[in-house]
Design a protein around this ligand. Structure first.
Ligand code: HAM
Length: 484
């Protein structure tokens, strides 16, 4: 049994806004810790009553219907994109061997050093909640012999990840990623197609985004570059922030990620990785950019973009909101790149891999803000028809009728708990449906239903068996009128 959390009772009285840390009960404020608390208070008769049990863990969040409406368009678009580009879905366990990420994402990265949810299970095995999915997908690719399928193999996922990060706007400890991974081809067109998908994920919903892109070359090229970078930074060590002093020893590439003002002039003058690339890597990168030009995808070259995970080689990219063509670099919406050596490094036959992931919380937040600023609008979840029923017999018949209409592909709404026709017609008006079907006792006996045109109020009686076809026909007519 988990221990109950301590509750302090404060003497202050009214708190109007209830934050997750404060619970407002009967004019008294109880402070709870983040893990939540069970609160007991005496009622008038002195009987102990339990009012409230748990709050959320820090950094966790519920997705309520008011937020879900900003998620749904992305989920629909992810499925649509995956279908169009012929990607197959993959799911892997949330719990994995911790070494999978320690070895692939790499020691010295923030994810491994500071953010992994890592613990021993009951068998004493070091396990973790996956902080990202690429390593898991590579594990599955090797383990299940997916390399023996026709290549390139294109996979996608929509799954929760866990990072024990410091919670702040757009940064959670559990978050969802939509991602795509392609195996078995080092063609630059693969990288460009992935960027196109990530770009379309937003642009299809009317959200402007911009791509930051770089190439970090092959391992040998990068190693030579890192030596030059260390040499350059070593002479300036005393001017660096504390984090950069550590990075210089532990993970020098991350020096280019520093956002501190004091390090900026040093970073600006640092050697650029593109100068260390040999002709093959340079040629690969140029082709990726040519494809992007051809696709008219806006991108910005950024020689400081190195990504925070160790497994990348060659192309790396990130996606940012772009409002009025200006880049808003508050937080990346997504990122990815090529990781060819990882497959062999993890015990597979040498192959190629490239992919990206998008943070759905950040995407949903961007969509919400863009809707508020009228940059775009949520796609309408149109309802085609409402069914209103009167009386027990009609209610029983209504469910069957609704099922038949729904099977014909129409979107239908109803409320079987309501009896009043007026209330049901009000609901139909609220949904702005063009037609309501009314089913009373007489219609049940006659196997008919009344169609009410919600605009004119004109009603007609038709046979139940023909209703789906008749409604579909009427809706087509409305569509045609709109188009004219
Ligand atoms: P990543 O850059 O670590 O890459 O994460 C991708 C995206 O996940 C970020 O751009 C961000 O939108 C979102 N994200 C990351 N951390 C958080 C957080 N704490 N809260 C909310 N959202 C977050 C990867 O994970 C790589 N596996 C991407 C990849 C796929 N590379 C190749 N294939």
């Amino acid at each position: 049994m988990p221990k109950k959390n301590k509750i302090q009772k404060s003497k202050k009285v009214i708190v109007k806004k209830i934050s997750p840390k404060k619970v407002f009960i009967k004019n008294q404020v109880f402070k709870t810790n983040n893990a939540g608390a069970s609160i007991r208070q005496s009622d008038k008769k002195g009987k102990q009553k339990e009012f409230f049990k748990y709050t959320l863990l820090r950094g966790m969040h519920d997705i309520l219907p008011r937020e879900e409406k900003y998620w749904r368009p992305f989920r629909d678009n992810a499925v649509k994109l995956a279908d169009h580009f012929l990607y197959r879905q993959i799911e892997t366990p949330v719990l994995e061997d911790a070494n999978l990420f320690i070895r692939s994402v790499g020691k010295g990265t923030d994810i491994v050093d500071k953010e992994m949810y890592i613990f021993e299970d009951r068998d004493g095995k070091k396990v973790c909640l996956r902080p990202e999915m690429t390593a898991s997908v590579v594990r599955a690719y090797i383990m299940h012999g997916l390399w023996s399928l026709p290549q390139p193999l294109k996979l996608w996922y929509w799954a929760p990840m866990f990072r024990h990060d410091r919670p702040q706007a757009g940064r959670y400890r559990q978050f969802t990623q939509f991602g795509c991974e392609v195996f078995g081809s080092d063609d630059p067109a693969v990288d460009s197609e992935l960027i196109l998908m990530a770009y379309n994920f937003f642009v299809d919903l009317g959200l402007p985004v911009q791509i930051k892109i770089n190439s970090i070359g092959a391992t040998e090229e990068r190693n030579k570059y890192i030596s030059a970078l260390v040499e350059y930074y070593r002479g300036k060590r005393s001017y660096l922030c504390d984090d950069c002093k550590k990075r210089l020893n532990k993970n020098p590439l991350r020096l280019l990620d520093c956002k501190q003002e004091q390090c900026k002039p040093i970073k600006d003058e640092a050697p650029q990785i593109l100068e260390w690339l040999e002709s093959e890597s340079k040629g690969h990168f140029m082709k990726v950019l040519e494809y992007l030009d051809e696709l008219a995808i806006p991108y910005a070259l950024d020689h400081t973009l190195v990504r925070g995970l160790d497994y990348y080689n060659r192309t790396v990219f990130e996606i940012y909101p772009a409002v009025d063509g200006e880049m808003n670099t508050q937080g990346a919406l997504g990122g990815g790149g090529r990781y060819d050596p990882l497959i062999e490094q993890m015990g597979g036959h040498p192959s190629f891999g490239s992919g990206f992931s998008i943070g759905v919380e950040r995407a949903a937040q961007y969509l919400k803000q863009a809707c508020e600023q009228q940059i775009c609008a949520l796609p309408k979840a149109e309802c085609n028809v409402y069914v209103a029923q009167l009386g027990d017999q009609a209610r029983r018949n209504a469910l069957k009728l609704i099922n038949n209409i729904r099977n014909s592909g129409l979107k239908i709404d109803y409320n079987l708990t309501k009896n009043s026709l007026k209330v049901q017609l009000d609901s139909a008006n609220g949904l702005k449906v063009p037609y309501t079907l009314i089913l009373g006792q007489k219609e049940v006996i006659d196997h008919t239903v009344i169609i009410r045109d919600m605009e004119s109020g004109v009603q007609e009686i038709v046979e139940q068996s023909k209703i789906a076809k008749i409604i579909a026909h009427k809706l087509e007519k409305i569509d045609l009128k709109k188009k004219r």
